[in-house]
Design a protein around this ligand. Sequence first.
Ligand code: ADP
Ligand code: MG
Length: 240
Amino acid sequence: MILEVRDLHKSFGDLKVLKGINLTVEKGETIVIIGPSGGGKSTFLRCINHLEDYQKGEIIFLGKKVDKSENINELRTKIGMVFQHFNLFPHMSVLDNLILAPTKVLKMDKEKAIKKAKKLLERVGLLEKINYYPDNLSGGQKQRVAIARALMMDPVLMLFDEPTSALDPELVGEVLEVMKDLAKSGMTMIVVTHEIGFAREVADRIIFMDQGVIAEDGTPEEIFKNPKKQRTKEFLRHIL
Ligand code: ADP
Ligand code: MG
């Protein structure tokens, strides 16, 4: 088991955003989260790596309860996150973006980090852009660099929050392709996306999140062909 979330509750002031989320994620699983805007998907991902605090519940990562002060930094080195907007450092080359965290946080030797960066850039098809600055890359390329950068830390869990929703349509495929390869290589992943083709092909489980709860949870087959709840049906009618 990689991750266990128990009865997670999160509010912003009076606004209850997560109302008792329970989820377990096993090694190698790819979980796709779908659901209407405002339903709490991003907040949930942000709670998992403690970018957000929460009021109630437990998050157990690799068998250890994550404690507010103690092991958050360690946790963040093991959970990679890719956001909708690329969050690359604009004043740094692709290479420097990749080697920054491993050399600073993990104290990895610079030569070793460079070697690893080259390998990962090759994996996402961008070795030839190693000395480019983010501004000179397309959105799809930036997102592939962001994935490679996250992989530099050898994460055991990758979180993706709508990684393709800010991209021009013709650039979506190249990013999904990299994510598919990653899933097939055995990475454990939680992906918020409305790319249904990707979800069908890659997800072990689909979670439909609505109004702060997991309204439905099943295989792609179950969720897409035979949703049980009315609100899942309605949502799918909009996106399929
Ligand atoms: P989703 O990703 O499913 O669209 P979010 O998790 O972004 O949903 O948002 C869930 C709810 O929480 C929304 O009503 C949103 O306005 C609110 N929310 C998100 N972040 C904050 C914040 N930092 N402060 C106050 N409200 C927030
Ligand atoms: Mg969101």
